[in-house]
Design a protein around this ligand. Structure first.
Ligand code: NAD
Length: 279
């Protein structure tokens, strides 16, 4: 898919991975509908994308709200005339152990609202945005692509019952959509990043961060902000035409029975060799 003049919706675009993807995709010539709760930070991303010469609009929407999401996608369609791609990126964490026990006594349990909130943002919102994007793509008669951001944590991770369940759900939903939506020319794919230096990861206590980096071959998180050049080349590999959208087109064109669904498990060692090391 040539991204020039296409309209891509990115959720969670105010900061972190969403903002970086938006900037990179703007460089590829796509118009951007950028969505987040945080309007003032979102405006910064909108400005950065607009300065690349594309059209970018910000939408302050809570992606867990069904009617707001329905209105959002109808507005994007009317503002840009088509919805060609969606990156389901908005996400949160709210870590805690399922139960915390000592000497046969449980002192703490994960509260149901803490579980549900993460499921709502990280999985239910992906469902809502994916569904509404598919509606616009089918009714527009032009197909499109939906990319869901899962996580390396989808396989299970201590202290993340809520997050891992949501991200595993996203992985399974992506495969389902790849199978269901191929008949409409809509390709679905997922990315499951390893740990990257964003606000979400900086919220992890430093002793736990040390334990995590000890398990990563490069012994550090993926560096988003420290080396823009390295970061851009990373996202180019993942998102830009050469490796990602074109791959989807290639798979998608391979007959009606071929459904593209692949997960890239990206660990920080993928950044190796692109820069100074940054340990
Ligand atoms: N950073 C990592 O190491 C990492 C690793 C694996 C997966 N991920 C996933 O990548 C995605 C982006 O992560 P990040 O690190 O950039 O996070 P981040 O916290 O920096 O940014 C997330 C954005 O989502 C927005 N958001 C949260 N709830 C929302 C809602 N209800 N409606 C609209 N917007 C909402 C936030 O305002 C924020 O701007 C998430 O889905 C995350 O789970 C991140």
């Amino acid at each position: 898919m040539d991204l020039k003049e296409k309209t891509i919706v990115i959720t969670g675009a105010a900061q972190g991975l969403g903002a970086e993807m938006a900037r990179e995709i703007a460089q590829q010539g796509a118009n951007l509908a950028l969505v987040d709760l945080d309007k003032s930070k979102l405006d910064e991303t909108v400005r950065a994308c607009s300065s690349a010469g594309v059209r970018a609009e910000g939408y302050a929407v809570d992606v867990t709200n069904e009617s707001a999401v329905e209105t959002l996608f109808a507005s994007v369609k009317s503002d840009f005339r088509s919805v060609d791609g969606l990156i389901n990126n908005a996400g949160i964490t709210n870590d805690g152990l399922l139960v915390k026990g000592k000497n046969g006594k449980v002192s703490k349990k994960m509260a149901l609202p803490d579980f549900r909130k993460v499921i709502d943002v990280d999985m239910v919102a992906v469902f809502l945005c994916g569904r509404e994007a598919a509606v616009q793509m089918i009714e527009g008669g032009h197909g499109g692509a939906i990319i869901n951001i899962s996580s390396i944590s989808r396989a299970g991770n201590i202290g993340q019952s809520n997050y891992t369940a949501a991200k595993a759900g996203v992985a399974a939903m992506t495969v389902t959509w790849a199978k269901e939506l191929a008949r409409y020319g809509i390709r679905a794919a997922g990315i499951a990043p390893g740990f990257c230096e964003t606000r979400m990861v900086s919220a992890i206590p430093s002793d736990i961060q040390d334990r995590i980096t000890a398990t990563i071959p490069a012994r550090r998180f993926g560096a988003l902000m420290r080396s823009r050049a390295r970061h851009v080349s990373f996202w180019k590999t993942i998102i830009s035409m050469g490796a990602f959208w074109k791959l989807m087109v290639a798979f998608g064109s391979d007959g009606h029975r071929v459904f593209l669904s692949f997960f890239l498990t990206i660990r920080a060692d993928h950044f190796k060799g692109g820069g100074s090391g940054g340990h």
